[in-house]
Structures are given as structure tokens and as C-alpha cells.
Design a binder for this molecule. Sequence first.
Ligand code: ADP
Ligand code: MG
Length: 340
Amino acid sequence: ESQLNPNYSFENFLEGDSNRLARSAGLAVAAKPGGTSFNPLLVFGGVGLGKTHLAHAIGVDIKDKYPEKTVLYISAEKFTQQYIDSVKKNNRNDFIHFYQIIDVLIIDDVQFLSGKSGTQDVFFHIFNHLHQNGKQVILTSDKAPVDMQDIEQRLLSRFKWGLSAELQHPDFETRVSILKNKLYRDGVEMPDDIVDYVAKNIKTNVRELEGAIISLIAQSSFNKKEITIDLAKQIVEKFVKNTKREVSIDYIQKIVSDYFQMDVETLQSKTRKRHIVQARQLAMFFAKKMTKASLASIGSQIGKRDHATVLHACKTVDNLSSTDKQFRKYVEDITKKLSV
Ligand code: ADP
Ligand code: MG
């Protein structure tokens, strides 16, 4: 009901220099929700650095200490969708009221509100109400408030009222402890030199770090091979290659449209036909994943869409690949094609 994931706990959120400030601020907020100057607490940082995990951890901890408090975790995307639905169904006031009686509101990825003035407006009112009543607001974002685009000034100024804490890239020691903790929790044994090797070579973010160790474990168990340094090298190489190699957005569009047997013009067209929309979203997803282009630039190159559309595409692909088997196969197939 609160949408909190108990696995995303503080206990499992390993501390290091890269996250010490954000983690400590989170703990302080959890100890006294609404009762510190960290209101709102805004956690920002790049993909896969632990924003969602930390946001949940704060909520989980509050629920633990204050079971009577209502804590709600929601992504900004879902919040936006709910708001739009409420307008359609003529119950905008119910929507606002629902949010105004929450004790702790956690909104993930607020950059998603960029350019959505209606949702920003309603959030502004909810925020003010909660803040005035001493309720806690926790936000995450991929950027610091100063770098956020297309967010109203009055909202940005609210974001700056409390504390903005950055999640940075974890250093080697932290990467090792994150991996060891994960292996321990999964009950997998792995020699130290292999753990060190993976931690040393995967520096992009924690999600990739975990991804590499997961495929290492999977490879060894499917092929009934021992986890050796050679196997680790193979897997790490793949990861590094996938993330480092700059492919062009044109190339990605070509591969994706070939895969679905359509031409690039169709992929870029304005049609809402499901399979074409999906192809377009996959192209955007891979462009985000495999190039350094900004969301805005990806959008303009793939059929003149805006950055919010690209962001939405990336999320949709993320979601579908975890819920839809067929879709996951698309992602895997295209990944292979793009990495040879
Ligand atoms: P973001 O929301 O910033 O993209 P996530 O919170 O989804 O990142 O984190 C990606 C993965 O990395 C998750 O599985 C999360 O549990 C893990 N992770 C991130 N930071 C840490 C950390 N400090 N300790 C343990 N796991 C972490
Ligand atoms: Mg996240």
C-alpha cells in the first residue's frame, strides 16, 4: 500500500564516501520525519547510483519506527499519471486531498515533472500544505535543482529549502563492499581476487556492478563452470565494451528498425501503432544506454520528440523488460546485435 520495497533497506545500502552525506541525511530524516531542517530532502545523482534504493530505505525505516505514520513512495511518472486521470475523471480535489493527508511523501525522479506545468502546479500546492503542517517530503532527481530544466522557479525554490545531497560514483572500496554484501545475501561464494577484479573494472554505476556479478553467477551455474578469473574477464569485457563503445544514434535506429523489419522513417513517424511505438522506445532506450547524448538530443534525432518522451521511453522499456518475456527478448536480441 505504501509501495515500499523492504529489500531496499539502510542495512543493505552500503556506506562510502560517495554517499555518506545523503545516507546520513536520510537516517536523520527517518529518525525525525518532518522534524529536521532537511525538508524536503532531495537526493540527486546519475543513473544506478542508489537514489531509488535510498528513498525506499528512508520510508522503510520511518514505517519501522513510526508504524502509525502514513508513508507513500511514488515515482513522479506515476504521480503525473494519477493526476492526469483525476482531471479526466473530474476528481482533482480528491487527488489533492489524498496527498495532503500523507505524513511522509516520497517522490522518485522528480525530473520527470519537467515541462509538465499542470502536475507541477498541483504538486506545488500539495508540497506547501505538507510542509506547513510539518510533514516530511523526500525527493530524488537525476540532477541538482540548479541544473533542472523546465521546472517552475517557485517549485525549484521549494526544492532548495531543505537539503540537496548528491550520490556520487562509489570508490573502489565501496564497490567491493557492495559486491560482497550482495554475494553474502545471495549465499554465493566467490574468491576475493575475482570480486576485486569486477569492482576494479566496473566503475559506471552500482546497477552495472550488480549486473556484472549476476551474469557471472548465472554463466557459471548454467554452464556448470567454476567462477574463475577468466570467466570474470570475459564478462567484464562485455560490460565494459557495451558501456564504453560509442555507437551512433543513427546506427541504433538502423539496427532496431532492421530487427523489426521496418524502415527508419517508420520508426520515427508519428504513428501510435503499438509495435512501431515500441520500436521507437527501444531505439531511445539504447541511445540513452549506449551514447553520451542528452535526452533532448536523443529525442530530436529520433523523430523530433522532446526529452520527456525519451525519458518515458526508457522507463517503459525498463518496466516492460521486467514484466514481459517477449519484450525482454527484444532487448536481449538488440543488445547482442549492437554489441557485435
Ligand atoms: P537509481 O535510482 O539512482 O538509478 P537504484 O537505487 O535503482 O539507482 O540503484 C541501482 C542498484 O544499485 C540497486 O539494485 C541498488 O540496490 C544498488 N545500490 C545502489 N547503491 C547502493 C549501495 N550504496 N549499497 C548497496 N546497493 C546499492
Ligand atoms: Mg531510480
